[in-house]
Ligand binder design. Sequence first.
Ligand SMILES: [Zn+2]
Length: 432
Amino acid sequence: MDFKKIFKGENKKEDTNNLALNELFWGEGENENKAPSKISERDFNVEEIFQDALSKWASDIHIEPDETNLNIRFRVDGTLVNYKTLDESYKSSLIARIKVLGWLKIDERRLPQDWKASFNEKKTNTSIDLRINVIPTIYWEKIAIRLLKKENEWVDLRTIWILPMNMVRIKKHLADNFGLCLVVWPTWSWKSTTLYAMLSTFDTNDKNISTLEDPVEYRIKWVNHTQINPAINFNFADGLRSLLRQDPDIIMVWEIRDSETAKLSVEASITGHIVFSTIHANSSVSTIQRLVNLWIDPLLIVSSLRMIISQRLARKLCPHCKIKYKPEEIVKDKVIKRIWKYINPDEELFFYKVNETGCEKCNHKWYKWRTWIYEILEMTDWLEKLILSGASNTQLEIQAIWDGMVNIKDDALLKVALGEISLEEVFNILWN
Ligand SMILES: [Zn+2]
């Protein structure tokens, strides 16, 4: 499947049809939350939990006691899924073993504890950093473990799968000398990867790039990474105020959560700095309202904001064992109706689905790696006018699409047509 044209100025009117999203598909994604299996054998080990968490692409492991059992859940793509239920004989042994791994006090059961540790998963030889937190509950202690993979090689704009037309937009803004660029996410989606990928495009020799992060996940040469520490009252707003006295060219603020950080980020971005940050919002257009709710004047929003990248994480199909198939006519028509502008009409449309048994290359795990789906909103003159007039999100979205934004669902379907992800995955992520 090839792209027909990267930009097509005409036919924009059809794009507004894209807003009637729910009519196009009948969400029938499978629910992956199956009933947890209960383990009562004694030979269950911590290594196995980490192995399974890694193979299911979990970001966090939660070990939660209730009256009788010890429940283990994984956070996968922002959602908690049941993994296993262990009987209560595991309570002390499993929790003690994790405490040992995290250098925590085994006999301390009344106070919360937290620590960083590293773990090498032998099967796939993956090194992971762990942030372990233990908190007492009325039943026993509850453990939350954040898994941070030490992978650096894919922090690059070319490898995070941005469609060519979106890449052009991003590169244009990266060439600017000022402005605010926000990455937004409705669920957990490895937002930091996109930020790091953008930072790594700058020639760091002649730029002062400084970051304020929590936690610092990657290290880029010549970038000044600063770890925020709210426990000692060193928050994003304090960090930003002092960072601005350090003559930075490019600033990355890990997250805008409060009005003060929002105001300082906006001010910095209209006074000759490029500011990257993330903010929690459901979509690219709803970010505008989110900034207004953080007491940012719409006039300041339009003068500072250059680009909003809304993203979701998707499981990429294993290129070695994915199964090619011809979609049913009705499905094919619906997909083509949305993405016809970008694809070559003469080429036959094939989709790919997961091979349930996997192959040796993907370690029989169906999905080889992750990819992202995006929606990139660029500030335009018309959007500025609409924002200043207090337009609704629907009006903003229609205008953004008119101005060339590729709707996130279209981005996902294009990646289906290109054989990167399955249609089922897109249903699960966007239509559920
Ligand atoms: Zn495979």
